[in-house]
Design a protein around this ligand. Structure first.
Ligand code: AMP
Ligand code: MG
Length: 491
């Protein structure tokens, strides 16, 4: 079926996902909006994708004009949410327009989020509000600048319509770019229907797209599981290195590609607290900062269950092989975490005491509620032989002093020069993160039509390792009254 909306400039879309059987998707056009207006456009990402900012960009990325070559569809998926299985979720407010091959030869999905109802909308309106859209834009771009694998934001478009949440709020559409939008929940959708052919077709698609080396393994679907487990373990370790809490790391928000996806009630830590949660609906700490490796392992175990039928004809053999992967995950997570912590602490070699050194620093930070980002940034100064001052002043506690002495001793035995070490640390420890209170302030202003705070924050988070004068205001932790205690699901 051809798109029925007015056509815009053609884009060189491909459609490998749409070549999967019809049970994988619903063919559906975006629902046009009243008055599309660009809020943000990511020229650098557009260039990477071979797209230019056309005069009708607002119409195209709101879904009012479907580019020739697009084949809009909503993807089917299921998912465990807060531990409860929902056999059908699916793209209830997102529409995949097609795949583009970027300048590096990588296949990327272009999806419009908030683009109107689909067969998967249940009681939802298929729409998104400006706050959550700009929030995802900011945080995903911050994650990218921090070198954390993530979906990207190409454009945010105001719709000129209201959506109703607690009250009426301005609506918006986010044009999102991802390596793919395939989730653990996509596998669960077919497994829950005992559709082994569907699971196998999906697994073959994912292997071809993300893990071509797995095709040559003795057991390709086991190799797929292991590759995903390793990538997800590494991803969550990176979250912890930068102090990120996803907030709703459910199986429908766990990608097969290993990219971070779905920025809802997510946030970065200010003061270090391993038990921190941000989601207003997370009372049990399921999604807390420190619980994320265990949580992602749980999600990958759900993926393993869906793959059992295709891993081996013999159920016992399949179960033993898949279990071995899940049992290995904590060690992969710990190793990825420790590697990154060594980089943050300026250690270029590995020694037995390094794990304790990193953990004891965190404990000393927790005890005095020290700011996670600023402490590591201050340590860059210490490594350079300067006593950090002002904003970067280190906490004064006996535990902290004792830790500093141990770290200094450890560094004395590390082969790098002071200058090399300080430079490496400054590239591993960001000065600027999208602090919650700053994000909140930017979104409140944007809702009222003032995009200046959003643009200033976006410019700062795009250069997170730069602590020049322009960065200073964005480095400041919140005053007690500015603390944003909860963030809400991205509805
Ligand atoms: P999320 O919380 O964004 O990960 O979404 C979870 C599920 O709810 C997905 O199936 C979404 O498509 C669906 N959903 C969330 N918000 C809406 C909405 N406003 N309209 C329709 N479906 C929605
Ligand atoms: Mg989701």
């Amino acid at each position: 079926m051809e798109p029925s909306l007015p056509a815009a400039t053609a884009l060189p879309f491909e459609h490998t996902y749409a070549q999967l059987p019809a049970k994988f998707w619903q063919r559906v056009d975006p629902t046009p909006v009243k008055a599309p207006r660009l809020l943000a456009f990511n020229d650098a990402l557009a260039t990477e994708l071979g797209i230019t900012r056309a005069a009708d960009a607002a119409e195209v990325f709101a879904g009012n004009k479907v580019p020739a070559g697009a084949l809009p569809l909503a993807m089917a998926y299921a998912g465990h949410q807060f531990g409860h299985f929902v056999p059908q979720l699916g793209d209830g407010r997102a529409i995949l327009m097609g795949e583009l091959i970027d300048r590096h030869g990588q296949r990327r999905d272009l999806q419009l989020k908030g683009s109107g109802p689909t067969a998967f909308s249940r009681n939802g309106d298929g729409r998104a509000a400006i706050g959550p859209v700009l929030r995802e834009y900011l945080i995903s771009e911050a994650m990218h600048a921090l070198a954390v694998p993530t979906t990207r934001s190409l454009a945010a478009v105001a719709t000129g319509e209201h959506v109703f949440r607690d009250g009426p709020v301005p609506g918006a559409v986010l044009a999102r770019v991802a390596a793919s939008h395939i989730r653990v929940g996509t596998f669960q959708y077919f497994a829950a229907r005992r559709d082994t052919d569907g699971v196998r077709q999906l697994a073959d698609h994912v292997i071809a797209r993300h893990y071509p080396e797995a095709a040559h393994a003795a057991r390709p679907y086991l190799a797929l599981l292991e590759a995903v487990a390793r990538r997800q373990a590494a991803l969550v370790a990176q979250w912890q290195h930068v102090g990120f809490i996803h907030g709703v790391m459910n199986t429908d928000n766990t990608t097969l590609s290993g990219e971070t996806i779905d920025y809802g009630p997510c946030a970065f830590l200010d003061d270090y607290d391993p038990g921190k949660v941000f989601s207003s609906i997370d009372r049990a700490g399921r999604y807390s900062f420190a619980n994320q490796p265990a949580l992602v392992r749980w999600n990958v175990a759900r993926l393993a269950e869906t793959l059992l039928a295709v891993i081996d004809d013999d159920g016992e053999t399949a179960l033993a092989a898949a279990s071995a992967v899940i049992e290995a995950m904590p060690a992969w997570s710990a190793a990825a975490w420790l590697d990154g912590m060594r980089a943050k602490l300026g250690l270029s070699t590995a020694e037995d005491g390094d794990e304790a050194l990193a953990k004891d620093l965190l404990e000393a930070m927790h005890a005095v509620a020290a700011d996670y980002t600023l402490v590591f940034r201050a340590l860059c100064d210490v490594a350079a032989g300067r006593e950090p001052e002002g904003l970067l002043s280190l906490p004064r506690s006996p535990a902290f002093e004792a830790w500093r002495a141990r770290w200094a001793e450890r560094l004395a035995g590390d082969p790098r020069t002071v200058a090399e070490r300080a430079a490496a640390m400054r590239a591993a420890n960001p000065a600027v993160i999208p602090r919650n209170h700053r994000v909140h302030e930017a979104l409140v202003a944007a809702e009222q039509g003032d995009l200046a705070p959003f643009e200033a924050l976006l410019a700062a988070i795009r250069r997170p390792f730069d602590d020049g004068p322009q960065a200073q205001p964005f480095m400041v932790p919140p005053e007690p009254a500015q603390r944003v205690l909860q963030t809400f699901c991205g509805t």
